[in-house]
Design a binder for this molecule. Sequence first.
Ligand SMILES: O=C[C@H](O)COP(=O)(O)O
Length: 241
Amino acid sequence: MRKIVIAGNWKMYKTRTESLEFLQGFMSCLTETPEEREVVLCVPFTSLAVLSKNLHGSRIRLGAQNVHWQESGAFTGEISGPMLSELGVRYVIIGHSERRQYFGETDETVNLRLKAAQKYDLIPILCVGETKQQRDAGETEAHIFSQLAKDLVDVDQEKLVIAYEPIWAIGTGDTCETKEANRVIGLIRSKLTNPGVPIQYGGSVKPENIDEVMAQPEIDGVLVGGASLEAASFARIVNYQ
Ligand SMILES: O=C[C@H](O)COP(=O)(O)O
């Protein structure tokens, strides 16, 4: 039985104060969620310490949105594995399409970050997915297989989560048809040495479509952007039927 991982990616939203306000509302909605679902909040670096303190003893896991491959050094604006581990961070998103598109992330740096995360006991959530142009050109599979082949060199697949995020479905309200997401995720699994890796779907997941998404047999969870910013909305997603 593969693990179910429901993760919120807050991206560059919420101050420390707003993060605490969210947590209060969210925790009160989680009482009936089945224990086997891993619930993760991937928050801005500035909210990690305060959430870590307030999540102590809770079943909600803390996640970050990036990690550098060096332990320390002259890398202005970056953050290291030990810095995150010390705060109780368990998960870290790596290779999100926004990092690849706006910040020069390549498959080579994604690979370095994945290995560094695992070295410091952080479980990476590796994001892969195609652009609209690649999908229209029939290149979806080739693109994702290429990302996997390069990103996963020497990565331990026992401590890994993958998120399939079609770029054209991110923040657009244009969800990938659930059967199609299921098909692509099945193909991703066929390329792994460990078929037990949880593979999430991400892209315009919301309370209105979560039940249908999670009914797909290959989909082991979701990576949620916009709909994870509001406590009741994310709680409904975590409490899917
Ligand atoms: O990491 C999350 C994804 O980018 C999805 O974002 P979204 O749910 O706002 O479409």
